[in-house]
Design a protein around this ligand. Sequence first.
Ligand code: FES
Ligand SMILES: [Fe+2]
Length: 521
Amino acid sequence: MPKLALIRTIKPKNNDARREHRNVVLTVCSPLPSTSIRAKQVQNLFLSLALHEDTLMPPQPSQPELIHINDLLTVLVRSFLQSAPFGILRRTRMLKAQHNEFITHTGPGTPMGELFRRYWMPALLTEELPSNDCPPVRVKLLSERLVAFRDSKGRYGLIDEFCAHRGVSLWFGRNEECGLRCPYHGWKFDVTGQCLEVPSEPVESGFVRKIKLKSYPLVERGGILWTYMGPPERRPPLPEWEFAMVSDEQRFVSKRFQQCNWLQAMEGGIDSSHVSWLHRDNINKDPLFKGAKGNRYNMGDMMPAFEVVESAGGLYIGARRNAEEGRYYWRITQWVMPSFTMIPPRGGHTVHGHFWIPIDDENCWAWSYDFHPIRRITDAEREAMKLGKGIHVLNRPGTYFPVANKDNDYLINREAQRRGDTYSGVEGIAMQDASLQESMGPVVDRSQENLVSCDNGIIMARHRLIRAAKELADRGVTPPGVDVAHQRVRSASVILPPEQAFKDAAREALTVRAGVAPASV
Ligand code: FES
Ligand SMILES: [Fe+2]
């Protein structure tokens, strides 16, 4: 019985063939004959296989890989059954229910929760704690209820929300004289959660020293207060995302509450194919998007071809559309584990991206940033961002809850939809996304999906997450994206000749280069 199959790629013979994919030669050890099929099929086959085999992850079709022959046979049989004329069998359960739970739950002790706890995550905007001894702020992250405060010396703290005495919420606390004092009986805690005073007990008893609340570090960088909720001995260096390292004048950051699980929100961030539909009317009108040459390619080709390649920290997700003279317009999204997404830029506009951070299993924070590596954000751009243009939203004053939301049907305007002002009737790119993602329910049932080739980025991201969470749980392997080198990456939009693989041709464009403008069309 043969053991292994060798897969290698051969370049397309006809470089002008718009929809041709690279051919792949499957050389199977005796007794099966060699066969040649299209790479796209192979990639889909492997993805299908990976979805049904917990341990096997999808290899890249462009890289030589060895797989077990039994796995290959499974692939081929599945492929046969799913192909015409067996269309009735095409519908496939795409993610088992237990995998869906595995990948979406992030509370304490869950595998995905432990994964998230290995990263620095945005917890608050710096503006939420504007001055020493300002009011504390409730923070819920990864299903843990916490309270953040800034003490009399300007130190930031993120501690258990509930008083160690009898459980009062310290959000009601008095922030005074280097500590947060519970108003019920006066117990007082510092930014590390250490109890400083228990007024009813004699100081000599030493009782106070034995009381300490759970706490996490809270550190300012790039207009954001970041926290790390994992084991202290595994705390990585501070994050070095490019947008957070530039000057304040070059950056704008916002956040909004989203009423669904973090994963379905994040999957919108790596789903480049929806842009030509849902946001089609915004691309040429939004002040932060319009005028870019790339917009024409975006709207001129509604069937982009996707190529997804693993990067050190996550994935490069390349969407390929036709440009002039047989060349391709590539939009390359970066996904960095576990939930950081970078949107390809447009023309000379600012560059944007998101962090999708779980509040609990049914809500998340959608963090949105804009920045430019080599220039300040203009007053007009900043004003537009504050008004909810681009990827930002208009929040209710004094809150991070969008004005258009689930309770008012996102202010959907059917007339505007009919006129073609907005494709979905909802105003603004971010709320167009949020409305549809929230409409899927708090946690979408992924076992009922029917995924297609343009979902490959999503499929591969899910599997990379599952694999990393398992490796962390089983062997303590540090997940991708923790290393700051994995964070020094850029998204890009480029035009390339057809024979060039995007990940090679755009290698420089996909890394941070100080003082160099982003690669953008
Ligand atoms: S409950 Fe906080 S001091 Fe008693
Ligand atoms: Fe979107």
